[in-house]
Design a protein around this ligand. Structure first.
Ligand SMILES: [Zn+2]
Length: 384
């Protein structure tokens, strides 16, 4: 057994922890670039906390999932304003943009020198400027991952900037920040978290540290995602989902993902659909296909008993088997009113191209079994 585990230097978790942001941030500098989503009112408490600790804030809004040009604009602004640290406050988009900006502030050259696939893919060589990540959704876990997902509209692709040097110096996870999320967003981000706990647990690069995190995260997501969806102000449910999201991030970045995320990259690059909604629509169909392929071609694969375990943690019943887990996920996806992929404009004629791109996606390489083009096609047809 060989594994490595890397994460944010410090994780501060708990309701109300965002109120301590001033004391946390001032250790890293006097002037911060605050990267946030569209709704700047949400950041009022954060900005007040920085002000009272004497940390100046330059705000930068990211509308939607970030592209390369957004990161370049943010980097120029931070340079012009002489920011010493970067704070990301928002969903996965704001946090990924902030993470990439923090990296580009110390590494010479442009983004295309470093991004994979469409760029030169050179490794980053310098530690990012201090980066503090504060998620306001519970899903992506990007506060503890070492990559930033960026869109390249001209290539119709999503690509990653990836390096352990990009890990946040502090992740501040305050579940109270998620209490006002509308139900649809709670559903899609929460199902992304669930996917990010299942895929690392059955992938071909599992390790004992991430296994423990996945089990605990799955138990919490299973008991609380429905509650968070129907009763947004339920503090215990929001806390469970914040833990599930955080643990999913820790697991995916230290083990791997699978076919759901293998598809999510190319689909997200070509269609304007939120990442969480794509994963939610795909999850039950990928589980079905993986189980079928494993039983047919690799019945001794360790992932098969792991799918049974997933069913135990989801249903709370140790007598259940893998197929009961799939049934449970199907029912959840239906109850949370997850739209089919077709509702985002994806049609049958798009499937062949998406299958080719998905087969080459990095997440596909850690799927427990290599799915054939026919199997990938059938999976996507089911989800559309
Ligand atoms: Zn995801």
């Amino acid at each position: 057994m060989k594994f490595e585990f890397a994460t944010a230097t410090r994780i501060v978790f708990g309701a109300g922890t965002v109120n301590n942001i001033g004391a946390i941030a001032k250790e890293f500098g006097r002037r911060a670039l605050v990267v946030m989503g569209r709704d700047s009112r949400r950041a009022e408490r954060l900005l007040a906390g920085l002000k009272s600790s004497g940390v100046g804030a330059v705000t930068f809004s990211v509308a939607g999932e970030p592209d390369l040009a957004t990161v370049e604009r943010g980097t120029k602004l931070a340079q012009a304003e002489q920011c010493e640290l970067v704070i990301g406050f928002g969903g996965g988009s704001a946090l990924d943009a902030a993470k990439a900006i923090a990296a580009m502030l110390t590494n010479e050259g442009g983004l295309l020198d470093y991004v994979e696939i469409i760029g030169r893919g050179q490794p980053l060589t310098k530690l990012s400027v201090p980066f503090i990540a504060i998620p306001t959704t519970a899903g992506t876990g990007t506060e503890v991952t070492r990559n930033a997902v960026l869109a390249s509209p001209e290539h119709k692709l999503k690509v990653s900037l990836r390096s352990p040097l990009m890990l946040a110096r502090v992740a501040v996870v305050d579940p109270e920040l998620t209490c006002d999320l509308p139900p649809a967003l709670t559903a899609s981000t929460g199902l992304d978290a669930l996917t990010q706990l299942i895929e690392p647990f059955v992938c071909n690069r599992t390790n004992p540290m991430t296994d423990g995190l996945c089990v605990e995260g799955l138990r919490r997501a299973a008991r609380s995602l429905r509650v968070a969806f129907s009763k947004g102000q339920d503090k215990n449910a929001r806390e469970d989902m914040a833990v599930a999201s955080l643990f999913g991030g820790l697991a995916l970045s230290n083990a791997g993902l699978g076919a759901v995320h293998g598809f999510a990259g190319p689909i997200g690059g070509s269609f304007s659909a939120p990442h969480g909604a794509i994963c939610a629509a795909l999850l039950p169909h990928v589980m079905v296909m993986n189980l079928r392929a494993l039983r047919q071609r690799d019945p001794n694969n360790a992932a098969l008993p792991r799918y049974d375990e997933v069913a135990w943690w989801l249903t709370g019943d140790s007598k259940t088997k893998a197929d009961d887990g799939v049934k449970w996920v199907r029912a959840l996806v239906a109850d949370l009113k997850v739209p089919r992929l077709g509702s985002f404009g994806i049609q049958r004629e798009h499937i062949p191209d998406l299958v080719v791109k998905a087969a080459n996606a990095s997440s596909m390489k850690s799927n427990p079994i290599v799915l054939t083009p026919e199997e990938l096609t059938e999976t996507l047809e089911q989800a559309v």
